[in-house]
Design a protein around this ligand. Sequence first.
Ligand SMILES: Cc1cc2nc3c(=O)[nH]c(=O)nc-3n(C[C@H](O)[C@H](O)[C@H](O)COP(=O)(O)O)c2cc1C
Length: 181
Amino acid sequence: MNALVINCSPVRTGATAEIARIVAEQLSGGYSVKSICIDDYAFAFCRGCRSCHDTAKCIMSDADVIRSIMDEFDAADIIVSVSPSYWADIPGQFKAFIDRCTPWCNTHDPHATIGTGKRGYAIALRTGPNMSECEKIIGSIEHFYGHLEIECRGHLGFTSIECRDDVEPIKKEIVDFCMNI
Ligand SMILES: Cc1cc2nc3c(=O)[nH]c(=O)nc-3n(C[C@H](O)[C@H](O)[C@H](O)COP(=O)(O)O)c2cc1C
């Protein structure tokens, strides 16, 4: 079984990266784990041309970059997306990626597909104290999963997390969450 863990933050050394690292470590007992960071990839914004609504293909010159990420999705049985709040939403880099996944969106036919039976998990974190902001981020990730026909199986939200050092006190909660994956 394969797991894909995505650091949806462009920061490779922050709290999001640390949570993603703990998740990957925990899953490595039962899964072959691939970890990626959204900042590993450079791609342009979706232009909203809708060509893919008719062809299931993106006409942009860097379409192969998005396809390489979707190949990672295709290879995975489970996908865990870990996202911080940036201005009360997912980071722009991750949103830009989701927009570029429109060829795979099941609201139009034809559309590109990944394999069936995949399970998706979402983890959100933020510095502020209110959990509703995490719920919004989880909702964005689960919306994305839904249109890729990835079954949403669990989510977790953390408040009052600013930097890497803030993750140690919540490690047990992350480990417990991973035990149910
Ligand atoms: C550009 C930017 C915007 C942010 N906006 C928010 C926000 O709206 N609400 C919040 O609670 N935290 C916000 N944060 C804090 C991050 O959610 C927090 O530091 C998170 O724990 C770790 O993010 P990182 O792994 O990308 O460093 C923001 C951080 C950055 C860099």
